[in-house]
Design a protein around this ligand. Sequence first.
Ligand SMILES: [Ca+2]
Length: 294
Amino acid sequence: MHRRTKVLAGAGAAALLVTSLAGAAFAGEWGGRGGGPGHHSVVALSAPGRVAAAPPLPCLSSSFGVGLTNTSDEPVFADLDLAVEAPLSLSRRVLSTYLPAADAGYTAGAEVEVRMPRDTAPGSYLATLSLDGEPAQRITVEVAPLPERGPDANLALGEQAYASSTHSNVRLCGGVDGNTDSAQWGASGTHDATSGVFPDTYGVNLAESATVGRVELYTLDSARYPAARMGLRDVDIQVHTAEGWRTVEEVRGNEAGHITAAFAPVLADRVQVVTYDSNDHKYSRIVELEVYAS
Ligand SMILES: [Ca+2]
């Protein structure tokens, strides 16, 4: 914890030094705008006041966007510090950036992920954004309870997904977000980044070893993008046991949007799909991967 504080202070000090040099050049400009002493009121911060509730699962955690815009006619440096109450943490703790004059119409933006340990108590947590050392925005981050895990639960839901590669247009977690609707492919699907190159792997780390006897796999299959043209064609479905990887289903020549693999239940801690070809021979498109006990 001490080390993190030092790193933060170091980064902040470096940015402030740059800011003060820039400030000397533009001091007259700032002085005429009536901002608070030492505060860069010329920089506008955009951020939400509240982040919608999400459960503390690695692939269902929440995120929020921040933006910094220069409202003056001279370029400035801005230094945004981001903090949140423990045990939550943020994927970004500093956004230090050069901002051209307002007439450039430029906003420096970033998406900030909220990370939550699995045992985070449900409730409200406070995130604080400081702009050039001054508190600028408070964000209430809501943490929802963990979903109940009965015998019929999808064990992959919200757990940490992994992939051999992930295209920049989609999210790695899209395949375990609980949404099987191909019509929402862009927001809730996922695919690799290696067009025309196979195999591709997509899988999920289960929270703990669990009995696994059925896997439901949804590939892209919408009116516009039917599975027979765009979906997974040749795949192996594998479970990871104490003895290593075991292939529980080999699918070849598939043209359906939904593949079910049912097999003798086995204790497993990971489940993955290895794709050898898709029907367009380019990308391995997965809308959802579900894992059940039976
Ligand atoms: Ca999905």
